[in-house]
Design a protein around this ligand. Sequence first.
Ligand code: ATP
Ligand code: ATP
Ligand code: MG
Ligand code: MG
Ligand code: MG
Ligand code: MG
Ligand code: MG
Length: 274
Amino acid sequence: MANSEFGYVRNFEQPDALSLSNWIVVRIDGRGFTKLCKKYDFAKPNDRRALDLMNAAASEVVKAFVDVVLAYGQSDEYSFIFHESAALFDRRSAKLATSIATAFTAEYCMQWSSFFPDQPLVRPWPTFDGRCVCYPKRKILRDYISWRQADCHINNLYNTTFWSMVLKGGMSPTEAEHALKGTVSANKNEILFSRFGINYNNEPLIYKKGTVIYRSYEGDAVTNGESGEARVADPTSKTQMEKERKRKLKAVIAVEHVNLIGEAFWEAHPYVLA
Ligand code: ATP
Ligand code: ATP
Ligand code: MG
Ligand code: MG
Ligand code: MG
Ligand code: MG
Ligand code: MG
């Protein structure tokens, strides 16, 4: 098969291996979720069932891809972070992005009925696109994660205020949009508090911070030790690599809604990006 007269066409394929020693982020995003929200009557601004489904799907993807060290999700998107030393699929970009996006899509559709028991999923099925982006330094990767979490916060504050004005304040969407033009965070906090009795600080963390998923080695005395060091001494040896893979498969998958901007999370879990 491989050696037919037609085989030369393979040479038309473009190589797409991502540079070594870069952290690889695969970000997936739901296609046309603005429409999908309406079709399935998502609660606004935040449908908890939909977020729980995103997180359930992402947890399975993290479990299935042991090279993923951390995932961060909000709204209809999830970022899966591969360790800078990951060698999966020879780091080929299209293989990584499509494998993650399709695994996520399959999980999302297959688990739908557990989260929306009263609303059967119908065509067109939800799908997710995926892309790879390389970050050459841990610091830039941290800024990427901060960027997504800041986006979550900004959108959530806006949406919480907007939907309060519409659903509780009796404004039309156009009026609410107009009223919010040019406002800063303090203005929105004030509108929420004075007009609707909402203290934004008391809103659920899952809405304000999004969701982080990582392999937790807390209480893993042997490998986590006092140094918090979770990686093996010689990551290149075959048996060590297999040991490492098994250890990752056994790790607890932590799902949390915490601040990733700033040092606290990273100081508490130094092994995540080790
Ligand atoms: P595209 O195909 O370009 O991604 P899109 O319609 O999916 O188009 P996004 O920018 O991804 O556009 O926006 C996703 C939309 O889905 C946003 O309006 C967001 O508020 C909404 N959404 C996502 N998750 C939820 C949720 N859990 N509850 C309520 N709304 C949600
Ligand atoms: P990779 O993840 O690298 O693609 P793979 O195991 O999927 O690994 P492929 O080169 O894609 O490797 O080969 C697919 C395998 O599945 C082949 O062995 C092929 O014979 C088998 N296969 C696919 N479809 C069928 C089918 N309908 N009936 C029987 N065998 C099948
Ligand atoms: Mg094949
Ligand atoms: Mg580097
Ligand atoms: Mg989308
Ligand atoms: Mg989106
Ligand atoms: Mg195959």
